[in-house]
Design a protein around this ligand. Structure first.
Ligand SMILES: [Zn+2]
Length: 136
């Protein structure tokens, strides 16, 4: 599906991420894109920044890699990610508490740049469910 105001490079990078079963670094995207007009990492970063602003992709900070958004299209949100420490499977989730915390932090005049917490997880292949352990 063609997104409005996306360049051919943006579309190609989005397609690479949609086809990938794992999060990809900008350099992996560059290698995978194999498009003659995408020759430098800076072009990939520029497109990724644009796609992130539209919530079409997210940067998974813990992995320094990118995934496509699995949330509702066109809706701004602050997702969290479960990352399997064994197989690298990443699942996006949303929690209204994160949105509330960010809103409360912004009230006295702060621009929240990042809001995250960390836990350890392992994907359960048979059920597709996730274990969750809160780190101390
Ligand atoms: Zn999302």
């Amino acid at each position: 599906m063609r997104q409005s105001n996306l360049s051919a490079n943006d579309e190609r990078i989005l397609e690479v991420l949609r086809r990938s079963t794992q999060p990809l670094s900008a350099h992996a995207i560059l290698a995978e894109a194999r498009a003659p007009q995408i020759r430098a990492a800076m072009q990939v970063y520029r497109s990724l920044a644009k796609l992130e602003r539209r919530d079409l992709v997210h940067r998974v900070e813990a992995l320094s890699a990118y995934v496509t958004c699995t949330g509702d299209e066109g809706e701004r949100h602050r997702p969290g990610f479960s990352i399997c420490r064994s197989c690298g499977t990443v699942a996006e989730f949303e929690d209204e508490r994160v949105t509330r915390i960010a809103a409360q932090a912004a009230e006295p005049g702060f621009a929240v740049e990042d809001c995250r917490w960390r836990y350890s997880a392992a994907a359960l292949l048979a059920s597709g469910a996730r274990t969750r352990t809160v780190a101390a």
